[in-house]
Write a protein that binds this ligand. Structure first.
Ligand code: UD1
Ligand code: CA
Length: 455
């Protein structure tokens, strides 16, 4: 079956009170429209058409991709009019699925079910029965239970308003009829709009079959018109992600206090304490523990490592059995070898730290290659920047860097060497040597402290 998907995203979203077009507002770190596009892609359609209007340029720029056909609807004359704008690009499609850029939680499995059920000859509707369907179009059925029409809230009679089966808006149009139906829509209704929903009555008239499907879960078809609704969607998607992680073998101290804004791949027997935020591409292997209030972005944490509370990782790879934090900051290009330790108030950037090496307290290690079993004392700084260029510090295996050493790059410290505490190291240190680069201490005997002046 030749499948095309049309995503409606032209509306203004006034109630967001935002300079950002509504469909670009993020849910779980990705724009609402981005989620819908991904869901559409999962069905491998021939084309995806995105109907844009308000903020069209910004939307197109933000989500540009080769597989998207952008259709501009300069005046928003209704959902039927919006789909009609995309139709000339959908020639030959046997089925056209209609989705909405502000309904981001739709599951691929639900959409697939609707698509399969409808096929190419019938009209498919996704409906949901609600306790309070106020605002939604109502599904009108005859006594035999066959769908006859959709009536919009504003056009509904008192009798119609009692119907609890609501239109989600998501539908599957049979390609062979879509053109005829959309061309014959009128805007003689309470809102003066061309209603997509009127195709239902047209299908009945032309004796086209109608198939109805339901989502597994009501949040799948919820949209966001304001920031309150956006927050509801955010919590719903986070709850979904928390359930998935637990199902895969992760213990969460509190499923309501984890935020995932990206793609997280996990092993088993992982423990995540409260208020962990995972962003971008994150891989967490077996037996890892992450303490409270950690932010982990685009990072890999290998087996058995422990990331203690309040640590911040971005673009880091933590090897097996490492110990990081509390209060560590690993910046992009940090690579920790097996069993390495990075302690409190340590910042690393573009730093390769060898197996078993330790940087336990209050240091900055940037643009550095550090060997194995190295001990870097508290307060050590790699002076990697001369104000214009960055330079590399190389430290060999088994080196001992004394506390408060300033390593002025480019510089290297040979294997097994030692630097004295408080040294400023500006020249390469040979392997096995002790380098001391500080002024000698002198003690003045019987020193008289200055006296407070009296006048
Ligand atoms: C629509 C349905 C209603 C359904 C509800 C579910 C119609 C006539 N009604 O009503 O039965 O219960 O969705 O939420 O379809 N859009 C455009 N261009 C337009 C008009 C709309 O792109 O010209 C987009 C909007 O940005 C919005 C979506 O389509 O994201 C829905 O439009 P809206 O006018 O809000 O429809 P509802 O009144 O919610
Ligand atoms: Ca409307």
């Amino acid at each position: 079956m030749i499948l095309d998907i049309v995503i409606l995203a032209a509306g203004q979203g006034t109630r967001m009170r935002s300079a950002l077009p509504k469909v670009l507002h993020p849910v779980a770190g990705k724009s609402m429209l981005g989620h819908v596009i991904d869901c559409a892609r999962s069905l491998s359609p021939r084309h995806i058409h995105v109907v844009i209007g308000h903020g069209a340029e910004k939307v197109r720029e933000t989500l540009a991709a080769d597989d998207l056909n952008w259709v501009v609807q300069s005046e928003q004359l209704g959902t039927g009019h919006a789909v009609a704008q995309a139709l000339p690009h959908a020639g030959g499609a046997e089925q056209i699925l209609v989705l909405y850029g502000d309904v981001p939680l739709l599951r691929s499995s639900t959409l697939q079910r609707l698509s399969t059920q409808a096929g190419s000859d019938t009209l498919g509707l996704l409906t949901v029965t609600m306790d309070d369907p106020t605002g939604y179009g109502r599904i009108v059925r005859n006594p035999a239970g066959e769908v006859q029409a959709i009536v919009e809230q504003k056009d509904a009679s008192a009798e119609h308003l009692l119907i609890t089966e609501a239109n989600t808006g998501i539908m599957a149009l049979p390609g062979a009829h879509a053109g005829t139906w959309l061309n014959s829509l009128s805007n003689h209704n309470a809102q003066g709009e061309y209603y997509l929903t009127d195709v239902v009555a047209l299908a009945v008239k032309s004796k086209t079959g109608i198939e109805v499907a339901q989502p597994d879960d009501e949040v799948e078809v919820m949209g966001a018109n304001n920031r309150q609704q956006l927050a509801v969607l955010e919590r719903a998607i986070q709850a979904r992600e928390a359930l998935r992680l637990m199902a895969e073998g992760v213990t969460l101290a509190d499923p309501a206090r984890l935020d995932v804004r990206g793609t997280v791949v996990v092993g088993r027997d992982i423990f995540l304490d409260i208020n962990v935020v995972l962003e971008g591409q994150v891989t967490i292997e077996d037996d890892v523990e992450i303490g409270a209030h950690c932010v982990i972005r685009n990072s890999v944490i290998r087996k058995g490592s422990v990331i203690k509370a309040f640590s911040h990782l971005d673009g880091a790879e933590v090897g097996e059995g490492c110990d990081v934090g509390p209060y560590a900051r690993l910046r992009p290009g940090t690579l920790l070898g097996r069993g390495a330790k990075v302690g409190n108030f340590v910042e690393t950037k573009k730093a390769e730290i060898g197996a078993g090496s330790k940087i336990n307290h209050l240091s900055y290690v940037g643009d550095a290659v550090v060997g194995e079993q190295v001990n870097i004392g508290a307060g050590t700084i790699t002076c990697n920047y001369d104000g214009v260029n960055k330079f590399v510090t190389r430290i060999g295996d088994n080196v001992f860097i004394g506390s408060n050493t300033a390593l002025v790059a480019p510089v290297s410290v040979g294997a097994g060497a030692t630097t004295g505490a408080g040294s400023t190291i500006t020249q390469d240190v040979p392997a096995g040597a002790l380098a001391v680069g500080r002024s000698r201490q002198r003690s003045i005997e019987n020193w008289q402290r200055p006296q407070k002046k009296t006048d």
